[in-house]
Design a protein around this ligand. Structure first.
Ligand code: GLC
Ligand code: MG
Length: 689
C-alpha cells in the first residue's frame, strides 16, 4: 500500500506488514490484522490519500522490532520521547567536546613554557686533555670521558660542553682546527665520538661541542689552497699586500701579543691572525666561507650533537678598510703597542654584520630543533668587559634569535674585591642589562682563566658554588670546581700553553691540570702509566672526587645538594630573584614564586670579616629563620632571629621559609624574572600570570 502527499510523502511497501503491531490500547498481535488492515483501508477509501501525519500516528503505534524498514524507523525516531533525549545527548556531547577543547587550549595557553634542558641543569665544561686518560698516554680522551659519565649522574648535571677534539696540530690545544669533520687521534676516533654521544644520550646527557668559526689551523686544507691562490679558496682568509721585511700592514695586534699579520712566502702576502700565527683568520666577508661553516654545523647536528659553544665570535669580522686602531695611550710609541690592551679594538672586533652571521648559524640550528625534545643550544664566547651592551647583543633581538645566551664572565672578577657589595655589583651588571625575558647565566672559571679557588682563595669556594647554583639562570661549572680544585704551579720548563710561551704570566696551564678523581697514583686520571701532560696539583690526596663523595660536608657534597635542591624547587629554578641586602661582607637575596608560600633567602659572606646581618626591616621575612644548608655543615638547622643572621667569612646560608607576603610585589625595582609563572597550590600546577 502506499500513501502519497505532494510535499511530504512516504512510500510503504509490503514489508510494512508488521509482526510487532500493537494498537493504542495494546491489544496485541491477536487483533492486529483486522484492525490495521481494515482501518487503514477504510481511511483510504474515504480520503483517497493519507496525510503523512496520519501515517506517522498509525505507524508509531507499532512496537519497534529488529529489521524495521527505514521509513518506519524514521517515523519512530521523530517521536518526542525518542527525539528529545537523543537531541539532549547530542548537544551534551557537543558541549562536552567543546569544553574539553577549550580547557585544553586554556591549559596550553596558561601554562608557562617548560624549562629547556640548557636551562634546567648547569653546563659542565670538560677540557678533554685533562678529564680522564683511558689509554695511558698522559692526555685525556673521549673514551676516558665515557668511562666517567656516572660522575654527572651523581652530580645531577645534564649538559656537558667539551672543549675541542677536532683534528689539530695542537698549537692552541685544539682551538687550531685542521679538519672540522674529524677527531684528533690523541682523543680517539669518530667511532669513539659516536659511542660517547650514544652513551651520553642514553643517560639523558646532552653534548655541547666547541665550534671555532674565527680561524683554522694553518695546516687546514683551505689555507694551503688559499696561499697557493686556488681560485675558489683565494679569499678564504684575510690577505693583504706587505713586504717580507717591511712594515706590517697596520697596527693590529694578536690576542697572544705582537702583530696579527704574518708574511707568507708561498703567496707573497701577509695574512691576518687574531690569535697565533698558526691560526689564520677566516674571511667571513666571503659567502663561501659562511657556507662552509654552515655545512660543518649541519655535519655535527646530523650526528646528533645538542649544541655549540661558539668560540671567540667577536673576532669573526674585521673592517675592510684596515685602518690603524686608535691607541689607548696616544703617546705610547707605536713600536711598544704589542698587546690587545694597547688598542681600542674598533676595527677587529664586533663589526657590523657579525650578528647577521651568528643569527644565520642560529637559524640552521633551529631547523634541527624542530624534532620534539631535540632543542639545539647555542652559547657564544665574547669578552666585552665594561661594554656590557655589546655582550647583550648576542642574545639576539626581539624579532630575531641568536645565542640562547652569551657567556657571562663578570663573576670572574669576584676576587678583585671580595665583598658583598662587589658581588651584588657584578651580578647586577648582568641582571640590570639583560634584555627582558632572557635567561641569565654565570661563569666563574674556564680553561682560559685562573681557577676561582686560586684567585678568590679556597675560603670562598663553597660560597661561590652556592652563589652559582642559587642565582637565577644557568651556571657553568669548569671541571674540578665541584671539588674546589686549585691552579697548579707550572715552571718555565713545564709550560705547554702557547700563550705562556709568549708571556709566562699569561700561561693557561695552571688551570688545566688533570682532574683529581682519587688519591691513587696520578689521582686516578691515568691508571695505566705514570704520565700526565701537566703536573697534578699536589693536594690531590685530600682534594679528590672519591674522598669527597664519602664526606657530607665536602665541597662536592654541597655542590650536589645545591644542584639537586635547585632542580627540585620552583622558586630556585624559575622564580623571582630579589636583592635584599649588600654590605662590605654580605650579599643577600630572595628567591620566590608567586602563589607559593615556600621561599628561599640566601645570605653569603664574601667579605673579610664574620658578620651579623640585620634583616628586621624586611617585613616579608618571618621573625625566625631556619638554615636549610650552610657551607659550614655544623650550622645546618640553626635558627636565627631575622635581626641577627650570623655568617663567617666565606660562609653561605640557604634559608627556607614560609610566607604569606611575597617580596617582589612590594619591591619591583629590586626583582627580576625571566618568565613569570604562578603556582596554584590547590591543584598543584603552574600557570602564566
Ligand atoms: C677562545 C678559547 C681560547 C683560544 C681562543 C682562540 O678564547 O677559549 O682557549 O685560545 O679562543 O681560539
Ligand atoms: Mg676574524
Amino acid at each position: 500500500m502506499s500513501y502519497r502527499n505532494d510535499s511530504d510523502s512516504v512510500e510503504l511497501g509490503e514489508c510494512t506488514r508488521n509482526p510487532g503491531y500493537k494498537d493504542a490500547d495494546g491489544d496485541g498481535p491477536a487483533a492486529r490484522d483486522n484492525i490495521s488492515v481494515s482501518d487503514s483501508e477504510e481511511k483510504r477509501d474515504s480520503i483517497g490519500v493519507k496525510r503523512l501525519s496520519d501515517a506517522r500516528d498509525e505507524y508509531t503505534q507499532i512496537k519497534p522490532y529488529a529489521g524495521m524498514p527505514k521509513e518506519v524507523l524514521v517515523l519512530y525516531s521523530s517521536k518526542a520521547r525518542y527525539r528529545v533525549p537523543r537531541e539532549i545527548l547530542f548537544w551534551l556531547t557537543v558541549c562536552c567536546t567543546l569544553a574539553m577543547v577549550a580547557v585544553t587550549i586554556a591549559v596550553i595557553a596558561l601554562s608557562p613554557k617548560c624549562l629547556s634542558w640548557w636551562q634546567a641543569s648547569p653546563v659542565y665544561q670538560i677540557y678533554p686533555r685533562s678529564f680522564k686518560d683511558s689509554d695511558g698516554d698522559g692526555v685525556g680522551d673521549l673514551k676516558g670521558i665515557r668511562e666517567k659519565l656516572d660522575h654527572f649522574e651523581y652530580l645531577n648535571i645534564k649538559s656537558i660542553w667539551i672543549s675541542p677534539f677536532y683534528r689539530s696540530p695542537m698549537k692552541d690545544f685544539g682551538y687550531d682546527v685542521e679538519d672540522f669533520r674529524d677527531i684528533d687521534p690523541l682523543f680517539g676516533t669518530m667511532k669513539d665520538f659516536e659511542d660517547l654521544l650514544a652513551a651520553m644520550h642514553s643517560k639523558g646527557l646532552k653534548l655541547i661541542m666547541d665550534f671555532i668559526p674565527n680561524h683554522t689551523s694553518d695546516l687546514h686544507r683551505w689555507f694551503n689552497l688559499s696561499r697557493t691562490r686556488d681560485p675558489h679558496y683565494e679569499d678564504y682568509y684575510v690577505w693583504t699586500d706587505c713586504k717580507p721585511d717591511g712594515p706590517k700592514p697596520n697596527n693590529w695586534v694578536s690576542i697572544f701579543g705582537n702583530s696579527s699579520w704574518t708574511y707568507d712566502e708561498v703567496r707573497g702576502q701577509c695574512y691576518l691572525h687574531q690569535f697565533l700565527k698558526e691560526q689564520p683568520d677566516l674571511n667571513f666577508r666571503n659567502p663561501d666561507v659562511i657556507k662552509e661553516m654552515i655545512d660543518i654545523i649541519h655535519f655535527w647536528l646530523e650526528k646528533g650533537v645538542d649544541g655549540f659553544r661558539m668560540d671567540a665570535v667577536k673576532h669573526m669580522l674585521e673592517a675592510p678598510h684596515m685602518r690603524d686602531e686608535p691607541q689607548v695611550d696616544p703617546n705610547k710609541p707605536p713600536e711598544l703597542v704589542t698587546t690587545e690592551w694597547d688598542l681600542h679594538s674598533d676595527y677587529t672586533t664586533s663589526q657590523v654584520g657579525l650578528h647577521d652571521i651568528l643569527r644565520e648559524f642560529r637559524a640552521q640550528m633551529d631547523i634541527y630543533s624542530q624534532e620534539p625534545g631535540r632543542y639545539r643550544f647555542m652559547v657564544t664566547e665574547s669578552y666585552d668587559y665594561e661594554e656590557v651592551y655589546k655582550t647583550m647583543m648576542y642574545y639576539g633581538s626581539r624579532l630575531e634569535k641568536e645565542g640562547d645566551f652569551p657567556f657571562n664572565f663578570y663573576l670572574l672578577d669576584l676576587p678583585h674585591n671580595t665583598s658583598g657589595v662587589w658581588a651584588k655589583h657584578l651580578v647586577h651588571l648582568w641582571m640590570g642589562n639583560m634584555p627582558k625575558g632572557k635567561w641569565p647565566n654565570w661563569v666563574v672559571g674556564n680553561h682560559d682563566r685562573t681557577r676561582i679557588s686560586s684567585s678568590a682563595g679556597r675560603l670562598y669556594v663553597r660560597a661561590i658554588n652556592m652563589l652559582l647554583l642559587t642565582l637565577p639562570g644557568t651556571a657553568t661549572t669548569y671541571y674540578g670546581e665541584e671539588i674546589g680544585m686549585e691552579n697548579i704551579n707550572v715552571t718555565a720548563s713545564q709550560i705547554q700553553d702557547p700563550a705562556g710561551k709568549y708571556n709566562t704570566s699569561a700561561s693557561r696551564d695552571p688551570q688545566r691540570s688533570p682532574l683529581q678523581w682519587n688519591a691513587d697514583t696520578n689521582a686516578g686520571f691515568n691508571e695505566k702509566t705514570n704520565l700526565t701532560w701537566l703536573p697534578l696539583h699536589p693536594d690531590y690526596e685530600t682534594v679528590n672526587v672519591e674522598d669527597q663523595m664519602k664526606d657530607d660536608g665536602s665541597v662536592l657534597a654541597q655542590y650536589r645538594f645545591l644542584n639537586t635542591l635547585r632542580q627540585s624547587e620552583l622558586p630556585l629554578n624559575r622564580g623571582w630573584f630579589c636583592y635584599v641586602h649588600a654590605d662590605a661582607n654580605v650579599f643577600s637575596y630572595i628567591r620566590e614564586l608567586d602563589g607559593l608560600k615556600r621561599a628561599f633567602l640566601i645570605v653569603v659572606n664574601f667579605g673579610k670579616e664574620s658578620a651579623v646581618t640585620d634583616l628586621s626591616s624586611v617585613r616579608e621575612l618571618p621573625d625566625e629563620l631556619k638554615v636549610l644548608m650552610s657551607t659550614t655543615i655544623a650550622n645546618d638547622g640553626k635558627v636565627f632571629p631575622k635581626s641577627r643572621i650570623q655568617t663567617e667569612v666565606g660562609e653561605g646560608l640557604v634559608i627556607q621559609y614560609s610566607t604569606n607576603t611575597l617580596f617582589n610585589p612590594n619591591h619591583p625595582e629590586e626583582c627580576y624574572i625571566s618568565e613569570k609563572a604562578c603556582y596554584l597550590e590547590t591543584i598543584d600546577i603552574l600557570y602564566k600570570c
